[in-house]
Design a protein around this ligand. Structure first.
Ligand SMILES: Cc1ncc(COP(=O)(O)O)c(C=O)c1O
Length: 484
């Protein structure tokens, strides 16, 4: 068999379309001798039978191990250069109370960026001082709540937030610790980074404006300045982009030391993961070592003490630990100039994974309920939504006998899938299940059509808390009522 010319250059014809490439899948995932995929000791078919599909499945052991390994790697490498690190788990990647507890238990803090994420973190029992609060447009209520509750750090994202946070902290008799988010001018994605004088984006303030803004922060008695913050992008391989950004930040950090203490520097998140076998993320220990070396060298060159350094990874912790299980509904072969692409349509799509439609993200898929020795064919896994861009996996190979009723598993969907999920076409968000030691545990229940209808005031007037109209007998009939 030859590679299908319709396949992208990076995708080779596999010797075995049942094989699980190293580094792509959760640590406990294996193919059982009978051919079925088993995750956390639970067979894919058992998960589908108990919880339905689509289903997000998180390998708890793997997620926790990634959190612990990352923290330990950074702690060890930064201890080598004489400082400490704080690792914040970026909750935007995927947050539930249970996941927050895993992260806290593994020694991580939690980064949140809305009142909703704050509520989830608090519901998990997170001590507020272990939270970092982000956002380019935090509401006054969010700022007030954060100061009142004693959130550890608030990341000031724009000049107007200085007085907003200062006033809220003063109102609650608090001295609020804050960072200032700057644009280092480094914008990175995967292997490349772009370094400019100014970044044309909504987050943070220009690096050159930082000294004046830090002076304003320092002049507020209800604020305590912790240091600069910068996040240069997501899904970044290698350390060069972080290095350039750290160097630019430390130049300003050094100047700021003249006006008072600058105990920390936060270099954000963005560590890349493998979504396909073409992705080659930098191993975490190697990344930690490079970053520690860079920070040490830059501080030595400027003759300043090495600050405490904070990081905020999300994807690198939870992304590879999660998969999505779908059931195949239809297949359709499309002939394009003598070459065939098999469309495999599944029971979810852009409502549970918006990343392909949003960013053209690539993924990897495998047959989950069985293996097959049938020759591999090039497939495109499509969703069930009314958009031609509703693609889950743009290109991969599956055994050619993949058929309706089969289960397929998509790798590395643990980050930014559930958190970006939506109800397009009134499709409910799937459940999230954690697996460990052969036991599945629901983390978040899936949405039903009844959940969605309950918010429609034409069906359920109680859905409108502001609706004070008397509920007359003429109020709309439930569609469940038998027709007269
Ligand atoms: C400020 C900030 N920190 C951390 C992250 C986490 O990034 P990642 O999940 O790629 O590590 C993000 C992601 O958008 C972010 O905006």
């Amino acid at each position: 068999m030859a590679t299908n010319p319709l396949a992208p250059d990076w995708l080779g014809l596999p010797d075995d379309a049942n094989a699980l490439a190293r580094g792509l899948w959760p640590a406990t995932l294996l193919r059982a001798p009978e051919g079925e995929l088993v995750i956390g000791g639970v067979p894919a078919s058992a998960l589908a039978a108990e919880f339905g599909t689509p289903l997000y499945v998180v390998d708890e052991t793997d997620a926790r191990a990634r959190a612990a390994t990352l923290r330990e790697a950074f702690e060890a490498e930064f201890a080598r250069i004489g400082t400490t690190v704080h690792i914040y788990y970026a909750g935007k990647a995927f947050l539930s109370t249970e996941v927050a507890r895993w992260m806290l238990a593994e020694g991580l803090n939690i980064d949140i960026c809305s009142g909703g994420e704050l509520a989830v973190a608090l519901a998990a029992g997170t001590p507020p001082h272990r939270l970092g609060f982000h956002g380019n447009n935090k509401s006054l209520t969010e700022i007030d709540d954060a100061c009142r509750l004693g959130v550890g750090t608030i990341v000031i994202d724009s000049p107007v937030e200085i007085s907003r946070v200062a006033e809220a902290a003063a109102r609650h008799g608090a001295r609020q610790t804050v960072r200032l988010r700057v644009n280092s001018g480094v914008h990175a994605h995967t292997h490349d980074f772009l370094a400019t004088a100014h970044e044309d984006q909504k987050f943070g303030v220009a690096l050159e404006d930082a000294p004046a803004l830090v002076a304003r922060i320092r002049a507020e008695p209800s604020l305590r300045f912790l240091g600069l913050h910068c996040h240069i992008g997501s899904q970044i391989f290698g350390a060069d982009g972080f290095a350039e950004s750290a160097s630019r930040l430390l130049a300003v950090h050094a100047d700021l030391l003249a006006g008072g203490p600058v105990p920390e520097m936060n270099l954000g998140g963005g560590f890349g993961i493998a979504y396909t076998s073409a992705d080659t993320p930098t191993p975490i220990r190697e990344l930690a070592a490079r970053l520690a070396d860079i920070v040490a060298a830059e501080c030595a060159a400027r003759g300043i003490p090495v600050p405490v350094v904070a990081f905020e990874p999300g994807r690198a912790i939870i992304g590879p630990a999660g998969v999505t299980l779908y059931e195949v509904g239809t297949t359709k072969a499309v002939n394009l100039g003598g070459n065939t692409r098999l469309y495999v349509s599944v029971d979810g799509g852009m409502s549970d994974n918006a990343r392909p439609a949003l960013y053209g993200a690539d993924y990897t898929v495998r047959l989950a309920n069985r293996s097959s020795q049938t020759d591999p064919v090039l497939v495109r896994v499509a969703g069930k939504h009314c958009e031609s861009g509703d693609i889950v996996v743009d290109a991969d190979y599956l055994p050619g006998d993949v058929a309706p009723g089969d289960l397929v598993m998509v790798a590395a969907t643990g980050a930014y899938c559930w958190s970006l999920s939506n109800n397009y076409n009134f499709v409910g968000r799937p459940a999230v299940v954690a697996v460990a030691g052969g036991i599945p545990r629901m983390l978040v229940r899936g949405e039903t059509v009844a959940d969605l209808l309950a918010r429609d005031t034409g069906f359920s007037p109680a859905a409108d808390p502001a609706d004070t109209r008397p509920k007359s007998p003429k109020s709309p009939k439930s569609p469940k009522e038998p027709a007269r």
